[in-house]
Design a protein around this ligand. Structure first.
Ligand code: 5CA
Length: 160
């Protein structure tokens, strides 16, 4: 039952519900901290995990969210060429401060404020995918096409 969700997972569930999505945040007994662990805990392919990676737009200092297939290595140069942005790495304290969630539980939406978001087209080959929901034990299931209304993101080829 969603009423028992931990605070950060509840925040994601409340956001999803308020936006009119019927996705259900689930807290699992096994870790979902990494894409590999999430796939093992959910019982899906690692490529079906939508991992939410935060980078820093080095020109503005603002966070950029990349939602990538769990099995892909993100090639920042490809995103930079497609968007004109310059991207740098984000450390844990930057992610927590700017996005409002700790690494390992960063969701694709429901952050401190809306983030400019890049979506990995490789996710579109699966009927269903799973995304983090605020904690390293919480996920929700969605369809790849749901990422568009959820994040207002842009699809950019990014696999290295
Ligand atoms: N809950 C799972 C997916 S459901 C999850 O969040 N996986 S993840 O891959 O999206 O998040 C872990 C990511 O955080 C790593 O891929 C890595 O890009 C980033 N990360 C891990 N440790 C650090 C760190 N010390 N500094 C910056 N980024 C990190």
């Amino acid at each position: 039952m969603s009423s028992r969700l931990r605070d950060s997972a509840r925040r994601v569930q409340d956001f999803l519900t308020a936006k009119g999505f019927s996705f259900e945040v689930r807290e699992l007994p096994g870790s979902t901290r990494t894409a590999r662990e999430a796939a093992d805990s959910v019982g899906c392919q690692v490529a079906q995990i939508a991992k939410s990676l935060v980078f820093k737009d080095t020109q503005t200092g603002e966070p950029i969210l990349v939602v990538a297939s769990g099995s892909n290595r993100v090639d920042l140069k490809k995103i930079e060429r497609a968007t004109g942005m310059k991207l740098g790495r984000a450390d844990g304290s930057y992610v927590k401060e700017k996005v409002g969630f700790a690494i390992g539980g960063v969701p694709p939406a429901g952050h401190n404020r809306p983030l400019k978001t890049i979506l990995d087209p490789d996710l579109r080959q699966y009927d269903t995918i799973w995304a983090a929901a605020g904690t390293p034990y919480a996920v929700f299931q969605l369809k790849p096409a749901d990422l568009e209304p959820l994040t207002a993101g842009s699809w950019v080829e990014l696999a290295g």
